[in-house]
Ligand binder design. Structure first.
Ligand code: HEC
Length: 142
């Protein structure tokens, strides 16, 4: 019964021209378990708003990234420049959120202050899935 429901949802998503959900189970990110629904929401939003520059794979090589004042960094390395934490440490969620809300307009990173808190939260969690520094490591920050 449950399988039938899941298949139905997948079929519906396919009918709407959407890919099936990328995550089917929670993922532990920096020691915190994040639900699949949150990651799927983050994935959808990222594909829509961020992938053109940051690339579907988080490499920073999206088609719109050429010609920007600054090249986006590689999310797969979790090499974030804008953070309150020390050299070599991962940024906090708040650090990433501040970049998303305010952007770096001079460098080509738009401000996404109009996005709902839950949407930004989901995108931030999804960004972490690009890097083994979050997916493999136990809690590193805090
Ligand atoms: C028009 C292209 C473009 C789009 C669209 C875009 N970005 Fe960016 N982003 C950039 C550029 C360019 C940088 C590098 C800016 C810098 O280094 O000052 C950047 C930097 C960032 C950083 C900072 C990483 C660090 O070094 O600390 C984060 C986080 C980020 N983007 C997230 C996002 C998210 C999330 C979205 C979608 C909601 C998004 N970006 C959409 C171009 C873009």
């Amino acid at each position: 019964m449950r399988v039938a429901v899941v298949l139905g949802v997948v079929a519906l998503a396919a009918a709407c021209g959407e890919d099936p959900p990328k995550f089917t189970a929670p993922v532990t990110l920096g020691g915190t378990e994040v639900a699949a629904e949150v990651l799927n929401a983050g994935h959808r939003s990222y594909e829509m708003r961020c992938a053109s520059c940051h690339g579907p794979d988080g490499s920073g090589q999206g088609p719109a990234a050429t010609g920007l004042a600054k090249r986006p960094r590689d999310f797969r390395q979790a090499d974030y420049a804008y953070k309150s934490t020390g050299e070599g440490e991962l940024p906090t969620d708040e650090d990433i959120d501040a970049t998303i809300r305010n952007g770096k307009p001079k460098n080509g990173m738009p401000a996404f202050g109009g996005l709902a808190d839950a949407d930004r939260h989901a995108i931030i969690q999804y960004l972490k899935t690009f890097s083994p520094r979050w997916t493999a490591a136990p809690a590193e920050a805090s």
